[in-house]
Design a protein around this ligand. Structure first.
Ligand SMILES: [Zn+2]
Length: 144
């Protein structure tokens, strides 16, 4: 007999998640998996790059002002803006990489258990259907 997950969903209904044998909760509510969920969420929330981009933007704006005010000559301005452009590109690459890492982590820590849960459910269903059809077959052979 399959255990029922004792959690209540956000809709206020009892959770109908699949509870693996020997477990108390479904994977979505398993307290031992809460850490993995929190870690993935906190990586998503971290955005150091956001601050860096802001900083580079501010520098570029100041540089433009300084060039216009002739505090910085055009040559220097051009070189500095190029460097800042490269820096922006590097931040962008870093952001993309982080996004990829996050997705991979989310996949292994959150999606994968859900996936194996789904596989277990499918296997159960297939077993049930096999049983049904073999019952049917034997019934049919008796009828003959
Ligand atoms: Zn649950």
């Amino acid at each position: 007999m399959q255990r029922k997950c004792p959690s209540i969903t956000s809709k206020g209904e009892p959770c109908r998640g699949y509870v693996h044998p020997g477990k108390e909760y479904c994977p979505a509510h398993d307290p031992s998996r809460a850490d993995a969920r929190r870690r993935a969420a906190s990586v998503a929330g971290r955005s150091r790059s956001g601050g860096e981009i802001h900083e580079v933007k501010a520098k570029l704006r100041k540089l433009a002002d300084d060039v216009l005010a002739k505090k910085v000559d055009k040559g220097t301005g051009s070189v500095v803006s190029q460097i800042l452009g490269v820096l922006l590109k590097a931040i962008e690459v870093e952001l993309r990489e982080r996004e990829t890492t996050l997705k991979e982590r989310e996949f292994t820590e959150i999606k994968l258990p859900e996936f194996s849960q789904l596989q277990a459910e499918v296997a159960e269903l297939r077993e049930f259907l096999d049983q049904q059809s073999s019952n049917e077959r034997s019934r049919n052979s008796w009828a003959r």
